[in-house]
Design a protein around this ligand. Structure first.
Ligand code: DNO
Length: 399
């Protein structure tokens, strides 16, 4: 598998020259300045591609072309925005960028409650604590019906958390939850957020799935023609939040998405960190059964703790059996190569890393979870696995 790093663009505090020294040969990148729902200008795509190439790297995967709220809810300007999405896919294909990651999570992208969770070795990880998220839901958002979604113990822990925080801490926490969109500060207020949630009042899981199906029916034929493969990112975390449906959380969800458009252009971004939060997701089994449709790979681990808490563990620690995952991915790669598939090599990136060592002295990463040294550690560990497992199997690790 090709080794890549995420790069948020020229604003990223990690430079392309630094990424090159990690040993990565490619990046996952996106034009984060283009508003959700608008078509990406071809000139900017070319400029980004050439800037990456000038640093000796390849822009292999687009992460992400965001699917707007209008498209997810099929309201307002959705038809024009789907058309824009198709135009973007055509332009990316024309520029030779062949994989596009997206997600279909209502309102929020990923959710974490602690961005600086200190681990015993002194490094810092991202963490999710349901009690803290319940505090956001119950006291910052004041969502009608929220009580029913939390257990009495969670509600009590949420209240204790909220009471222990001064007003300034509460508003900083609220802002942090509202502002966790990758690579962009949407600057949402709690009122904006409430209005976004309200759009989902009549959208249950079946309806959301149908909206996803209609989206795919519109864009997959375009992707096929453009030579682009789509890769849906699983829900992170993989369960409903804030009363919103989530439909990309389990293997059966993934199967349902793949069945919506039976085309290699309709594929998966296989993400161990997202799927791995659920103990009932069989990470290796997903590769064995659905591997042919994996178009991009995110590797990181999670440590599940009591009461639904999880944190992002080192890549080779925690609940994800990373050696088994890499072995299964390499087996899929070998099978594809033998079948003569042009897409036999998939790009992987270490998904997040701890803040460690010199990361503490560097400017804050463009997005929480994306410090340089922590991800370098992750990538280096994954490289060791790839090279070691491939060697044992007598196969090349990369082309
Ligand atoms: C977080 C990321 C996600 C991911 C998007 C894909 O670090 O894994 O934000 O990029 O959900 O659309």
């Amino acid at each position: 598998m090709e080794e890549a790093m995420r790069w948020f663009g020229p604003r990223d505090s990690v430079s392309l020259a630094e990424i090159r020294q990690t040993g990565a040969t490619a990046v996952f990148s996106a034009l984060h300045d283009v508003p959700y729902g608008e078509a990406w200008p071809l000139a900017q795509i070319i400029q980004r591609r050439d800037e990456v190439a000038a640093a000796g790297l390849a822009w292999r995967v687009v992460e992400s072309v965001p699917v707007s709220e209008a498209i997810k809810t099929r309201s307002g300007d959705w038809a024009r925005q789907i058309e824009n999405y198709r135009v973007t896919l055509e332009r990316l294909g024309a520029a030779g960028i062949g994989v596009v990651v997206y997600n279909f999570m209502p309102v929020m992208d990923w959710v974490r409650t602690d961005l600086r969770h200190r681990l015993p070795d002194g490094s810092e990880a991202l963490r999710y604590d349901p009690a803290k998220f319940a505090a956001f839901d119950l006291f910052a958002l004041g969502r009608p019906g929220a009580e029913a979604d939390w257990s009495p113990a969670q509600r009590a822990a949420a209240a204790a958390f909220w009471r222990s925080r001064a007003a300034a801490e509460r508003s900083a926490f609220t802002k942090q939850i509202l502002d966790l969109f990758p690579g962009v500060r949407l600057g949402l207020t709690i009122e904006d957020f409430r209005a976004m949630l309200a759009k989902y009042a009549a959208i249950d899981a079946d309806r959301l799935r149908e909206n996803l199906r209609l989206f795919l029916a519109a864009v997959v034929p375009t992707a096929e023609r453009a030579g682009v493969r789509l890769a849906i990112h699983p829900d992170d975390p993989p369960f409903p939040v804030l009363g919103l449906a989530r439909v990309v959380s389990t293997e059966s969800d993934l199967r349902a998405v793949l069945a919506m458009a039976d085309s290699p252009a309709n594929g998966l971004c296989y993400c161990t960190g997202s799927l791995g939060v659920r103990a009932d997701n069989d990470l290796v089994g997903v590769i064995r059964r659905l591997g042919a449709r994996i178009n991009a790979v995110h590797l990181r681990s999670v440590q599940r703790e009591a009461d639904g808490v999880f944190f992002e563990a080192n890549h080779l620690e925690g609940n994800v059996d990373m050696p088994a995952v890499v072995q299964a991915l390499l087996a899929e790669q070998t099978a594809r190569r033998r079948a003569g598939r042009a897409d036999w090599q998939v790009a992987l990136r270490p998904d997040h890393g701890h803040v460690m060592l010199d990361d503490f002295r560097r400017p804050a990463p463009e997005c929480p979870g994306y410090p340089l040294i922590g991800r370098l550690r992750g990538l280096a560990e994954l490289r060791g696995l790839q090279v070691g497992i491939s060697r044992m199997a007598g196969e090349p690790a990369v082309g």
